[in-house]
Ligand binder design. Structure first.
Ligand code: FHN
Length: 432
């Protein structure tokens, strides 16, 4: 039976904090053509091993990563402890294919956790259910880099032995690294879903070791599906939030009975999760700010990805974007943290987020005359302030405004420009 009370309790911080950093990093940062390079280029194990031998992130500075995340207004971070290529960034007893056996010679997960906790951020670990390195993981079928090698067979592979390994590593991560706030499993596909992973046993183990942890939904789903957490009868391994990928759900996510389902949109800054040296197609900070506001206005979170390079550096383009986001967050984070969807329709000139009696109107489009704040009646309003500096905003009672009693026309600027061209936030407090 799903314990809704316990669920609500463990989800509080997640639905308050709203904004996190995703970090995809591993030996695939050397070929620098994204984290699926082994698969997309069908690189056999023997040709991928040289990257393992070479990996030496001399500039890895997790404290600098943590500062960049904090200064951007991020409240949590999730690092790939193991991606599909099977390379472990942590000192697992169960494999030699790990960072401590490379020239790095360091437990990169431990250093990530220490640095981000020191900056006051909550910490999560991404763990791939798929493993292209492990001999017992199915090599035939749809998703293995060696599936097309002549004579490839799954003869002699013992999937239960792989599950023992996989569960054993998850146990290590939940036992040896202190309090973990999120376990981000990735991903279910075809018939590889649910109990194929022995998901009930895995979930029970994780929750027994980390009672307050929250899980994503990918023991059941992938980046497109929602899984049973979006129903009124979640399975024991439903996870706690849905994980739409590279999309902001147009209407948020609700169950069949209209219950708002926690969700977190995971988004890349360019087109790749893992470092891709030639992918310079970065989204602007303006766009990302608009989409972060969009997420919160629809009751969701944003997990924004960075892909550090082979030397351990977050790309300069990503750092610049994070810094610009941080500038906006410095003035306006009250309209993100602790906020959710407003009980008002989405306005044509921006978005609205809400925290109790306070509404945050994100004006993203300028106007002629007073700025229209749709859905607010002057008689219900206690005060209107420009969030960035707390200054009082007068609303117009000019003759032309009288035809629109359900719109507050505020005077924000004496020039044709809004105070913040990206998103000027107006805080509207209603009377009790
Ligand atoms: O295959 C992975 C992909 O590499 C990346 O980790 C994303 C992030 O959500 N998850 C899977 C694709 O859905």
């Amino acid at each position: 039976m799903f314990d809704w009370k316990a669920y609500e309790k463990r989800m509080k911080w997640f639905q308050h904090d709203r904004f996190g950093m995703f970090i995809h990093w591993g030996i695939y940062s050397i070929p620098a053509r994204g984290e699926w390079v082994r698969n997309t280029e069908q690189i056999p194990e023997k040709d991928y091993m040289p990257f393992f031998e070479e990996f030496d992130p001399v500039d890895f500075d997790p404290k600098a990563w943590a500062k960049a995340a904090k200064n951007a207004g991020m409240k949590y971070a999730v690092l790939t402890a193991k991606h599909h290529d099977g390379f472990c960034l942590f000192d697992s007893e169960l494999t030699d294919y790990k960072a401590t056996n490379t020239k790095a010679g360091r437990d990169l997960v431990r250093e990530f956790l220490d640095a981000f906790r020191a900056e006051g951020l909550r910490v999560g670990l991404y763990y791939s259910l798929l493993d292209w390195h492990h001999p017992d993981y199915p090599h035939c079928g749809t998703i293995h880099p060696e599936k097309n090698l002549p004579g490839m067979t799954d003869e002699g592979r013992d999937f239960n032995r792989y599950l023992e390994y996989m569960h054993g590593q998850v146990r290590e991560l939940c036992t040896n690294y202190g309090k973990i706030d999120i376990m981000w499993f990735d991903f279910s596909y075809d018939d590889m879903t649910g109990e194929k992973w022995k998901a009930t046993e895995l979930t029970r183990m994780v929750r027994s070791l980390q009672p307050d942890i929250i899980l994503d939904n990918r023991l059941e789903a992938s980046g497109s599906g929602f899984g049973s957490i979006a129903t009124e009868h979640p399975s024991e391994y439903s996870g706690d939030f849905t994980s739409p990928e590279q999309i902001i759900p147009p209407y948020g996510i609700r169950s069949e009975t209209g219950r708002s389902v926690p969700w977190e949109a995971c988004i890349t800054m360019n087109k790749n999760w893992g470092y891709a040296a030639k992918d310079k197609d970065f989204k602007s900070a303006d766009l990302i700010i608009h989409k972060l506001v969009d997420c919160v206005s629809k009751g969701g979170n944003m997990l924004l990805n960075v892909g550090p390079d082979a030397r351990g550096r977050i790309p300069q383009e990503s750092l610049a974007i994070l810094a610009q986001i941080g500038e906006w967050m410095k003035d306006n984070s009250a309209s993100i943290y602790g906020c959710a969807a407003a009980e008002l329709p989405k306005p044509e000139n921006g978005r609205i987020t809400q925290n109790g009696k306070k509404y945050y109107y994100h004006v993203m489009e300028n106007s002629i005359g007073g700025i229209p704040l749709y859905g607010f009646h002057a008689e219900d309003v206690k005060k209107v302030r420009l969030l960035a500096d707390g200054s009082e905003l007068k609303y117009e009672d000019a003759w032309w405004a009288q035809n629109y009693p359900d719109i507050l026309f505020v005077h924000i600027s004496d020039t044709a420009e809004l105070p913040n061209a990206i998103d000027t936030v107006v805080e509207i407090e209603l009377k009790a």
